[in-house]
Design a binder for this molecule. Structure first.
Ligand SMILES: CC(=O)N[C@H]1[C@@H](OP(=O)(O)OP(=O)(O)OC[C@H]2O[C@@H](n3ccc(=O)[nH]c3=O)[C@H](O)[C@@H]2O)O[C@H](CO)[C@@H](O)[C@@H]1O[C@H](C)C(=O)N[C@@H](C)C(=O)N[C@H](CCC(=O)O)C(=O)O
Ligand SMILES: Nc1ncnc2c1ncn2[C@@H]1O[C@H](COP(=O)(O)OP(=O)(O)OP(=O)(O)O)[C@@H](O)[C@H]1O
Length: 506
């Protein structure tokens, strides 16, 4: 399927040295998934150096190893017969370039869109993909929920794939006749250069609030990782939502890093920054079935479309998707009337009486926005079932709890994915913020039980928001992977409720 590249050529483009020769047809950085003819990229990780797995990779069919000086030393110490080597000083940073060469630089034949920000990446990516499909493009969609290439879905492991996986997927997209790529760029991926050397045609920014401080340590570092997408090596044009302070700062910064005429602002709850080109909201009409949106540009051009996804934040997501499409070459007249993709686990409606909604809100801002979006249409009580993940940003736990305490009527604090952390300690962190506000707060450790109790106890007019896990189907507890899908659990409890005579009269 792919072209053949000589190891010496890869040394030439990466500034490394090759020892021995080999013909390369694939690249991988995972010894557990080595295709025939592969170059195994042994990169240093947070836990272990990939070179530790070189022997296994060769046994599985790798024809050469790319690594750094430390990796070369590990390999020469561990292997009696050293395979052909490519030694590159910063192998992790150069891996994308090497893989792009092996896979024929697929991104060069695609119009490519990348979306970054704390919340809204997946939803905006699905919306943009929907728009592009409706105007006749053949797309690849890469993100947290799915990797969908020209309509065929393959499982997604990370929000943004590792460099060699990304280049392989892009080559696959091109071979399926793909014209456009829409992908999410996570802050982890940007900090690690996973998307390099792709220079996106259009990059979009949603918003920035606290998350992922376990990895970035400070909000400033987190911002810098996001901002690195808006530099000439990584994108040509940008659409930046300037409604929060970070967006405004990014807009100013991008006008110095990119060509100012390629930077567009999107302002929905604030005025367009002085001197900005871009769009603000001309009119918004909330109808029962959808929200009609009318954006107007600095030059007076209108973009009109609607979305049936609930919540003001989905207006922002749809607006970003539409403006990115226009900046990427879709004409205003071509824009479809409705931007309505089905996004698994994002404000996904499971039932109407009681109304059960599954949403991926797993940080304070998302949780506040999801609860607020449901309040106006809730006749009874608003019941929120949520927790927080283990081994991730601990600082957000009390803040998430306080959000539930302030905005919900009933909060049931339960487990999310504890990973290897004590689930009781995680719940205590959330509970410490949740108590002392207006909501009635309860702790039910087992998430299945928490969902069941919330649904069985609800009145028909109540809304139950199951927040935090969205589309996820596996819960990770102390090294064990347990099947758990909030949507399945909700349907099970709803079925139980249907046959309970007491509940029927509730
Ligand atoms: C922080 C981070 O980016 N971690 C990723 C990283 O792990 P690591 O640096 O610890 O790797 P390591 O375990 O030390 O291994 C080093 C090298 O040896 C290789 N290896 C390892 C074991 C083996 O048997 N064989 C083998 O070849 C690995 O593939 C790796 O190349 O490289 C691993 C292998 O590719 C990834 O699985 C892992 O993602 C972990 C699972 C993860 O949780 N990542 C999250 C934080 C992440 O990247 N999330 C963002 C989205 C965040 C969001 O917005 O919600 C994402 O883009 O998905
Ligand atoms: N524009 C937005 N602003 C704030 N919150 C949002 C926005 N869009 C979506 N959300 C909330 O954030 C949750 C996650 O949305 P989505 O999956 O689209 O974002 P994401 O950036 O891809 O998240 P992640 O990086 O965690 O996968 C949604 O379930 C919703 O509660």
């Amino acid at each position: 399927m792919w072209t053949m590249t000589e190891l010496a050529r890869l040394a030439e483009i990466s500034g490394g040295k090759s020892v021995g020769g080999a013909t390369i047809t694939e690249v991988t950085s995972d010894s557990r998934a080595v295709p025939a003819g592969a170059l195994f990229a042994a990169v240093p990780g947070l836990h272990v150096h990939g070179a530790t797995f070189a022997q296994g990779a060769v046994a599985s069919g790798a024809v050469a190893i790319a690594t750094d000086a430390e990796g070369e030393q590990i390999i020469t110490e561990q292997m009696s017969t050293v395979p052909p080597l490519l030694v590159v000083p910063d192998i992790a940073a150069r891996l994308g370039e090497i893989a792009a060469e092996v896979y024929g630089n697929p991104a060069q034949s695609l119009t490519s869109f990348a979306i970054t920000g704390t919340n809204g990446k997946t939803t905006t990516a699905f919306m943009l993909d929907d728009i592009l499909n409706k105007v006749g493009r053949t797309t690849g969609l890469i993100g947290t929920v799915a990797v969908r290439l020209a309509g065929s879905e393959i499982p997604a492991a990370l929000t943004t794939p590792m460099p060699s996986d990304l280049q392989r997927v892009l080559a696959d997209l091109v071979s399926r006749g793909g014209t456009d790529l829409v992908m999410e760029a996570s802050s982890h991926a940007l900090a690690q250069g996973r998307t390099d050397p792709v220079c996106f045609s259009v990059a979009g920014f949603t918003n920035l609030t606290q998350d992922h401080l376990d990895f970035h340590h400070t909000l400033e570092n987190y911002f810098e990782a996001k901002a690195s997408l808006f530099t000439p090596m990584r994108c040509e044009k940008a659409v930046i939502c300037t409604d929060d302070e970070w967006g405004l700062r990014l807009w100013h910064l991008s006008r110095t890093t990119l060509r100012p005429e390629n930077v567009y602002a999107l302002a929905l709850t604030s005025p367009l920054p002085d001197g900005a080109q871009g769009w603000d909201l001309a009119e918004i009409e909330e109808r029962p079935e959808a929200t009609a949106i009318d954006l107007v540009s600095h030059a007076g051009q209108h973009l009109r479309f609607s979305t049936s996804l609930p919540g003001k934040f989905n207006v922002a997501n749809a607006a970003l998707a539409a403006t990115m499409a226009v900046v990427g070459g879709v004409s205003a007249a071509e824009l479809p009337e409705a931007v309505d993709p089905k996004v698994p686990g994002r404000m996904e409606s499971i039932s109407s009486r009681p109304r059960v909604i599954v949403d991926f809100a797993h940080n304070t801002d998302a949780l506040a926005k999801a609860i607020t979006a449901l309040r106006p249409t809730t006749r009874g009580r608003l019941i929120v079932v949520t927790g927080s993940a283990g081994e991730r940003d601990k600082g957000k736990r009390p803040a998430m709890g306080a959000t539930v305490g302030r905005l919900a009527d009933v909060g049931i604090i339960t487990d999310d994915d504890p990973h290897d952390e004590d689930p009781g300690v995680i719940r205590a962190g959330v509970l410490s913020g949740a108590k002392g506000h207006s909501a009635q707060i309860e702790e039910i450790a087992d998430r299945r039980l928490a969902i069941r109790e919330a649904i069985l106890r609800a009145h028909p007019d109540d809304t139950i928001l199951l927040a935090g896990r969205g589309h996820e189907t596996i819960q990770e507890v102390a090294g064990q992977k347990i099947e758990l899908d909030d949507r399945v659990e909700a349907r099970r409890a709803l079925a139980e409720r249907d046959v309970d005579p007491e509940e029927k009269t509730a």
